[in-house]
Design a protein around this ligand. Structure first.
Ligand code: ZN
Length: 333
């Protein structure tokens, strides 16, 4: 009998598994899941035990093969100085960001990993690794330099300089990629089996040429420097860059439902694993049990390796739909 962890990790490398894996590299928390566990936001962003307890429900309540405790996009950015409002049970954390201009020297504090917003995630990963003791895959999460650029410089300041001063953007990316390496390695040491590497090079804000120019080599470098399987997460319609992504050596791509599933598999080729693709709105938020079953059957037929939501689940979704998803995948074996 394979453990959920084995199934999940083998699926990330497209190796044979007794059934498709289930799970997600991004948040699966809903308000009703917080009620079921008795732990809510913002405590689950701020206290390691609360963070780990809520993440554990990804397996114990939803039945997924992995757990992932970093629910927001702000942990390392907060440690870098962005003032973050950690929200509440119906609002994800947010920040205005934009604390640097593009030519400023970015200060990576020597105690980055010990600042509260990084430390909480590292401690939660250690608690989850201890609790599941190799039975369930523990997935961490770091952000790439494109997302960190939006956060630290502000979206407009960062994007306009990709045109006005690409060298300044390249210098910023070179500095910020070290944050992903530091935080990612610390998460692996704490017990993460794999990492979500999220970098919001979304089509409306980053052309395929910009992806190639600024990010493709950085993403390939991360594969070399972070010693665990990486799951690249980019929202939106990425069909114009999946061909570039498959050349980076990333183990897996977490794909949005805006890319038709069959098309995603064609573009990804035989080697790049695919996760997700299930619509958060049509299936996770509004789907009937029959809708969920039909979606799972389509994902399996198209060769999705880890079946689950496309991106962070809406907080007002019912978690029951994710239980149906797990049941449908298990019934397929
Ligand atoms: Zn996303």
């Amino acid at each position: 009998m394979s453990t959920p962890r084995e199934i999940f990790l083998r699926a990330l490398y497209r190796q044979p598994t007794p059934r498709p894996a289930t799970g997600s590299a991004t948040s699966v928390v809903t308000a009703d899941l917080m009620d079921a566990v008795g732990v809510a936001f913002p405590e689950a962003h701020l206290r390691a035990q609360a963070m780990a307890d809520l993440a554990a429900a990804g397996h114990t309540v939803l039945g997924f093969d992995n757990v992932m405790p970093l629910y927001s996009v702000w942990h390392e950015s907060a440690a870098l100085g962005c003032p973050v409002n950690w929200g509440d049970r119906t609002h994800m954390p947010d920040s205005r960001g934009g604390i640097y201009a593009i030519h400023d020297e970015i200060d990576i504090p020597a105690d980055l990993l010990d600042r509260p917003s990084c430390r909480v995630a590292l401690d939660a990963i250690a608690l989850l690794a201890q609790r599941f003791a190799g039975e369930v895959a523990v997935v961490g999460k770091v952000f790439g330099p494109w997302t960190l650029g939006y956060h630290l410089f502000g979206v407009q300041e960062f994007l306009i300089h990709t045109l006005l001063d690409p060298d300044a953007v390249r210098r910023a990316i070179d500095t910020l990629k070290e944050v992903s390496v530091l935080f990612g390695r610390a998460q692996i040491e704490a017990g993460a089996d794999a990492l979500c590497y999220a970098d919001h090079a979304t089509r409306d804000l980053c052309s395929p040429e910009a992806y190639r120019t600024f990010l493709q080599d950085v993403h390939a470098e991360m594969v070399e420097r972070l010693p665990c399987p990486l799951i690249l997460h980019i929202c939106g319609d990425t069909s114009d860059r999946i061909g570039y992504i498959r050349e980076t050596g990333m183990a897996c791509f977490h794909v949005d439902s805006k890319v038709p599933t069959r098309r995603a598999r064609e573009l990804a080729g035989d080697r790049l694993a695919l996760m997700g693709g299930t619509s958060n709105i049509d299936v996770i938020l509004h789907g009937s049990e029959e809708d969920v079953r039909r979606d799972v059957a389509e994902k399996i037929a198209c060769g999705i390796d880890v079946i689950g939501p496309e991106c962070a689940v809406p907080l007002d979704a019912p978690y029951r739909t994710m239980q149906w998803l797990t049941e449908a995948v298990h019934a397929s074996a």
